[in-house]
Write a protein of this length. Structure first.
Length: 248
């Protein structure tokens, strides 16, 4: 039995495609962060297993809560802007016969209608399929599933359709960089002034040049710039958090 889990928050425009792609699973569980749009109306067409729970800026806790509601031996986590292709679904069904605890997946991002094959996004590997009791999620933001045991990797990627315009991209970067800065601050991580500038510059060079992001054209340039900006904002906000606390 496979349980699919989706976290949602005001995703009425994207979540249907995600849910349609996992209807082959034995159950679909949606944990909703108190959406105020039509998300729940969409979700109810695909599953009765809906739980409304405030996120409180802790994605790991939200995912671990969802794990407690799953009945399947295996759990598949899919974000509300991701789609499981038919090829990946077939591969997952076959992979469940393999004696291991979980599976990494590649992810293909689509921006401006273009599949990104290079840069940082082309190297993403995510642990999204594992046995229900094999581990727990950690980190409040940019969370990871800490699964114990043998981990294999699937060949078919998840299709990812995030921030389909630059304005949405900037809004999300601003939000997640704030969450990340607060998390790093809680872990007593410090950052120096020069690092705020140097790290983003180096990150852009690595993503756009060394990881061949330039081969993805304009979309590749936008992603490299935006992810470098994310690095800058995270470190700048972390620096401000420490200096604000010193003044207090």
């Amino acid at each position: 039995m496979v349980s699919a889990i989706v976290l949602s928050h005001n995703d009425e425009d994207s979540i249907a495609a995600s849910l349609v792609s996992i209807t082959w699973c034995d159950e679909i569980i949606v944990v909703d962060d108190c959406s105020t749009d039509g998300t729940l109306s969409v979700v109810k067409k695909y599953t009765p297993d809906i739980y409304q729970r405030p996120l409180n800026d802790d994605f790991a806790a939200q995912r671990n809560f969802a794990l407690t509601k799953a009945k399947g031996d295996w759990v598949l986590f899919v974000d509300s802007d991701e789609v499981v292709s038919a090829g990946l679904a077939d591969e997952i069904k076959q992979a469940l016969e393999i004696d291991c605890a979980g599976f990494y997946m590649r992810r293909t991002d689509y921006l401006f209608g273009k599949a990104l094959k290079h840069g940082e996004t082309g190297r993403v590997r995510l642990l999204r399929l594992a046995k229900r009791n094999a581990g727990k999620w950690e980190r409040s933001v940019h969370e990871v599933w800490n699964v114990k045991g043998l981990i294999a990797e699937l060949s078919h990627p998840l299709d990812h359709f995030p921030h389909q315009d630059v304005a949405q991209f900037i809004i999300e970067i601003n939000h997640y960089s704030s969450l990340n800065a607060r998390y790093l601050h809680s872990k007593n991580v410090h950052v120096s002034g020069w690092h705020i500038i140097a790290y983003p510059v180096c990150k852009f060079f690595v993503d756009y040049v060394l990881y061949l992001g330039f081969l993805d054209g304009t979309a590749g340039a936008v992603v490299a710039l935006m992810m470098s900006f994310h690095s800058f904002l995270t470190r700048a906000k972390l620096y401000i958090l420490w200096h604000t606390n010193k003044k207090k």
